[in-house]
Design a protein around this ligand. Structure first.
Ligand code: IFM
Length: 451
């Protein structure tokens, strides 16, 4: 890998609470919508849940030690809202806060900068029951209250706050397609949930800035180039609408103060409830934009059982990860250029990028995951290419530190740089983890030589 990275480039790893913590009924944590969703039969592969996950809640010191072994600069994790406020609003659970205080202390001891995400999809069930979750405006108000509590208590130890992770997933996919918790299937609700998530972000930004003045504040969005599967005008139109929905829906209000006028068929802005000041609240610019990138999609128009935008078709002969996602590193470069040219958001962080493969533990205990190394090498080369052309990417967080609960895919998809044996909870650094460690070390050595 090219080792000429800027001296202050941030090398990190990322995780999220529900995917690794487990301990869902411990120390006063309330229920989340993912606990409820996982309990619905045939929703999650093999009927799995996040009840135990990678048991990080009990193994946090060991996991921070692993981060130190990898030599990372920064750790992106998420805070479980139901641990802090079991009812979503009101009473604060000290034991939940203490867990994250201990985590921040360990990170500080190891010289690792903390990048907590406030919302990575585990909404307190109480807010779903009371307000309809993100379909209700009150959930945005509740989020601002939660952001206030957390940033007052933890703000000193944080380098960068991320308000939301991939709001496209927690709105359109969760309320529109029904694929994620809470599992609703109404595109109107998806649009309303998306708006309330943006509003929640906008309300939280000034709160975080005031309680945690040394930290930077950002938001993380997911991006995937979406191309028409053929030159058929219907496919082209479907891909255009899907591209706006997936890639631009959140950027337009954040950086231009309005929604994109290209809507999905059968939706109308007339049905969207927007308060008078909402767009101004949403438009208070974040300090950085978090970019999550994995793959691209080819879309054919027409009905699909799983996807209201059309039907995703496979690119023939393409290399794929075990998620079935095409390995398409150029898409990361294209995405970064496009965002930079269209919105000029300033600093960007790659807050997730990585690949799931069916890892094999060899007889000697090693995991020789050469494909994952190749994935990282190819994608980092595209990040570097974009940077060389002036796109201000300031850091990169590999997804993920550990194998973890991959939502509806359960534990069968392994994204970690570190292998987790779920029977014993034993951690083993994969070859990709060693490669990442060496790549970080090489980039540091190159910059110190250049000084
Ligand atoms: O595991 C997820 C993560 O929670 C959000 N971004 C995509 C990852 C891989 O699917």
């Amino acid at each position: 890998m090219d080792s000429s990275w800027p001296r202050d480039f941030v090398w990190g790893v990322a995780t999220s609470a529900y995917q690794i913590e487990g301990a869902v009924r411990e120390d006063g944590r309330g229920a989340s919508i993912w606990d409820t969703f996982c309990a619905i039969p045939e929703t999650i592969a093999n009927g799995e849940t996040g009840d135990v996950a990678a048991d990080h809640y009990h193994r946090m010191p060991q996991d921070v030690a692993l981060m130190r072994e990898l030599g990372i600069d920064a750790y992106r994790f998420s805070i479980a809202w139901p641990r802090i406020m079991p009812d979503g609003v009101g009473a604060v659970n000290r034991r939940g806060l203490d867990f994250y205080k201990r985590l921040l202390e360990r990170l500080a001891e190891g010289g690792i900068a903390a990048y907590p995400t406030l919302y990575h999809w585990d909404l307190p069930q109480a807010l779903q029951d009371r307000f309809g979750g993100w379909a209700g405006r009150d959930t945005a108000e509740a989020f601002a209250e939660y952001a206030d509590v957390v940033s007052r208590e933890l703000g000193d130890g944080v380098a960068g706050w991320i308000t939301l992770n991939e709001p496209w997933v927690s709105s359109w996919l969760s309320y529109g397609w029904g694929s994620h918790a809470p599992g609703y299937r109404s595109m109107e609700l998806g649009m309303q949930a998306a708006h309330h998530l943006l509003l929640a972000h906008g309300m939280a930004v000034p709160v975080l800035r005031s309680n945690s003045p040394h930290a930077r504040v950002g938001i993380t969005l997911n991006f995937s180039p979406i191309e028409a599967a053929s030159s058929d005008p219907n496919d082209i139109a479907a891909a255009r609408a899907a591209d706006v929905n997936v890639n631009l829906w959140f950027l337009d209000p954040l950086y231009r103060g309005c929604y994109n006028e290209v809507l999905l068929p059968e939706l109308s802005f007339a049905k969207l409830r927007i308060g008078d000041d909402d767009m101004a609240i949403i438009g208070s610019k974040p300090d950085f934009l978090g970019v999550n990138y994995y793959t691209r999609f080819l879309l054919r128009s027409g009905p699909s059982r799983h996807n209201p935008l059309g039907e995703y078709v496979e690119q023939t002969h393409a290399e794929r990860t075990s998620m079935g996602w095409e390995v398409y590193p150029d898409g990361l470069y294209d995405t970064l250029r496009r965002i930079h040219e269209r919105y000029a958001p300033g600093d960007m962080l790659i807050t997730e990028n990585g690949a799931a493969y069916a890892d094999i533990v060899d007889a000697d205990g090693r995991i020789r995951d050469a494909q994952r190394i190749a994935y990282y090498e190819a994608h980092l080369a595209q990040v570097r290419r974009a940077m060389t052309e002036g796109v201000p990417v300031r850091g990169y967080f590999a997804w993920s530190l550990l194998d973890n609960f991959e939502w509806t895919e359960g534990y069968r998809q392994r994204f970690g740089l570190v292998h987790v044996d779920y029977e014993t909870q034993q951690r083993t650094i994969k070859d990709s983890g060693r490669w990442y460690r060496d790549a970080i070390a090489a980039s540091r050595a190159a910059t110190s030589l250049a000084r």
